[in-house]
Design a protein around this ligand. Structure first.
Ligand code: F3S
Length: 641
């Protein structure tokens, strides 16, 4: 049988199931990563599972999200994660070492292996030929404990890249084009596998920009083959021993196909407030810009910032623009410092931030009210940047840099003479901010600050759920709406009771109060409910508020799994029009749940309106067992020991 890259890796890691599309498969996980925002919860869950040492080939705990110290919370959490890592056999990447995905790509990711990360942009490592999937913290904790990871065997989309990008057009424009074609809903239960002669001109960091932002398609992941350029990247990182070649077989068959002609591609821009709201830069030229932010796990590689430095060299940024640059890793920052590029950036008026996530989540650098922010990042959902009333445009580093100089959105082709930045033969390797785990883990004492509160306990599923429609939200509600992640709340990521006061407040300020007063109830959602990040808090916080079920027109993949992991029923309207029929505070009743679980169809009574609707539970047998047990943790404790 002729196999795709995806099929080859899955086949090598298959523990349960087969390659037929749509069936549930369990795969063995080689590596895991966490970041601090989701990591504290994942490690509390790892502790609750009760193993002595992680069973993966390599697990890394990164600190990159919450770096601002305006109180002890962040420092306390970092210390908790550091001591947990030492104890359980996990590598610890200290604050300052860089953004998890950038560092993982540089120093840890291995072609042909599997990676599960508690961050939705984990697919970045697909740029090196790794099957890298974002998941909730509990799934990652289970993988660290040696449990397999379950997904529906996705459809595989062949994305054929033909030709060569013209000057001024970059890898960012390739993924923006895929988003324009497929939209933010277009990737659900799909893996985007790239191939074609266009690959021979795309370095691993450029490929990683594409796989990184594949997360915005809602895709399970994206992947490139591991080829000669992968070898060159690994060799330049001093890791050639990690190379194996993985290419799709000739005549491998795919479920869908897209072809992109790179020669025809233009510089693109994702306009507010969705990454798929993509237009050519020529359509938005001359919009005045207040803030330009360059960096994030999408575009902060050495070559990205070398391009920026070249464009800014000898120039000064516009008077009304604040330009901030976050190098993706210590390696990138160190190399820019050594070769003089950093001095050019600083001379132009750029403000250099720590090698961390920073402005991506409004951490320290939110735009002004009603401001325009141009970002090389991956998301522009309303409010994510930290300012609810701001317009965020997503662009390539080239557009960002030239626009910072002129003060309005510019087409780089109008201003920049052609130049070329090559990938270095040798990156600067210094892993002195990666701490090794202890060989005597049992003797390590975990330091637990006062901000670390226990996570809410789940109970086995009842046969009946009765409750009010506590909130009714529109289509495309993101995990940022369900559990806002702005800078003021991030220090409380290990404190679910505190966070519960903010659940879904961007949609309805009174929701937490109502939920607490009534002891819980049901959420009504539209299409693609829970899109966005892997943030498990978006399930844990509703669980704490007593939410028993979410009824929506459809769900985003990771969020649906997080609901199931935490014993909350994700139910889909059989007839999407029934959504219109339910009003806020209608009294709802779902009977005979346990009896009807096998049929995958439940009936809900709207006792306020005296009507009935049918609901579909899209869940595998294993997921049903999880729901019956009251979540994954309850189930896994039984199966692992
Ligand atoms: Fe960090 Fe933003 Fe990426 S929060 S991991 S830079 S999406």
């Amino acid at each position: 049988m002729n196999l795709t890259v995806t099929e080859k890796i899955i086949k090598n890691h298959l523990v349960n199931g087969n390659l037929s599309r749509g069936n549930e498969i369990g795969i063995k996980i080689d590596q895991t990563l966490t970041q601090d925002s989701t990591g504290t919860m994942a490690y509390l869950q790892l502790e609750a599972i009760g193993i002595d040492k992680v069973k993966t080939k390599k697990s890394v705990a990164y600190i990159d999200h919450n770096m601002l110290q305006s109180g002890p919370e962040n420092a306390d959490d970092h210390l908790y994660i550091q001591t947990i890592a030492k104890k359980y056999g996990i590598y610890f990447s200290k604050p300052g070492n860089g953004i998890c995905h950038q560092v993982h790509l540089e120093r840890v990711a291995v072609p042909g292996q599997t990676l599960l990360g508690s961050d939705s942009h984990t697919p970045t490592a697909g740029g090196i030929g790794m099957l890298a999937i974002g998941a909730g913290g509990l799934d990652v904790a289970v993988a660290m404990a040696g449990g397999e990871y379950y997904i529906t065997m996705p459809k595989i989309v062949k994305v054929e890249l033909k030709g060569k990008l013209k000057f001024g057009v970059s890898a960012k424009d390739i993924i923006l084009e895929v988003l324009r074609i497929c939209t933010v809903k277009g990737g659900v239960n799909k893996i985007f596998e790239y191939c074609g002669d266009g690959l021979k001109n795309l370095t691993v960091p450029e490929r990683a920009t594409i796989t990184n932002m594949g997360a915005e398609l809602g895709a399970t992941t994206s992947i490139f083959p591991s080829d000669e350029l992968t070898y060159e990247f690994l060799k330049a990182q001093g890791r050639e021993k990690d190379f194996i070649e993985i290419k799709a077989d000739e005549n491998a068959s795919y479920d869908e196909e897209i072809t992109i002609y790179l020669d025809n591609l233009e510089p693109l821009v994702a306009c507010p407030n969705s990454p798929d709201n993509v237009v050519p830069v020529t359509e938005v030229k001359n919009i005045k810009v207040n803030q330009v932010a360059i960096g994030s796990c999408t575009n902060s590689s050495y070559m990205d910032l070398m391009k920026v430095s070249k464009i800014l060299e000898g120039k000064t940024i516009a008077e009304h623009v604040s330009l901030v640059i976050s190098p993706g890793s210590k390696q990138v920052l160190n190399m820019l410092a050594e070769n003089g590029a950093l001095a050019k950036l600083v001379a132009s008026g750029a403000r250099i931030l720590e090698s961390a996530c920073g402005p991506c989540i409004g951490m320290g650098q939110a735009p002004n009210t009603n401001g325009v922010s141009l970002r090389t990042f991956n998301r522009n959902f309303k409010g994510r940047c930290g300012t609810a009333l701001a317009d965020v445009y997503l662009v390539s580093p080239e557009i960002a840099a030239i626009s910072a100089i002129n003060g309005y959105i510019c087409d780089p082709r109008d201003y920049i003479d052609e130049f070329n930045i090559e990938m270095p033969d040798k990156f600067l390797v210094n892993d002195n901010l990666i701490m090794l785990p202890s060989e005597k883990g049992k003797e390590v004492k975990i330091v637990r600050g006062p901000n670390i509160k226990p996570f809410p306990q789940t109970k086995p599923l009842n046969n009946k759920i009765k409750g009010h429609a506590l909130i009714k939200v529109d289509d495309n509600i993101t995990t940022d709406h369900i559990m806002p992640s702005h800078a003021k709340l991030l220090p409380f990521r290990s404190n679910i009771p505190y966070l519960s006061n903010y659940c879904l407040t961007p949609c309805d300020e009174k929701f937490p109060e109502r939920a607490k007063k009534l002891g819980g109830g049901i959420i009504i959602g539209g299409v693609n409910y829970g899109q966005g990040s892997s943030r498990e808090h978006a399930a844990l916080v509703p669980l704490y508020l007593g939410i028993k079920a979410v009824i929506a027109k459809s769900f985003a993949r990771i969020h649906k799994q997080n609901l199931i992991n935490n014993g909350i029923l994700p139910l889909r309207f059989k007839n999407a029009d029934d959504y219109e029929d339910i009003d806020l505070m209608d009294e709802l009743l779902i009977n005979d749940i346990l009896d009807k679980l096998n049929q995958n169809i439940l009936t809900i009574k709207n006792t306020t309106k005296n009507k009935e609707y049918e609901l579909i539970l899209d869940a595998s047998e294993r997921q049903k067992k999880m729901l019956i047990a009251g979540g994954l943790l309850n189930l896994i404790k039984k199966s692992l020991f």
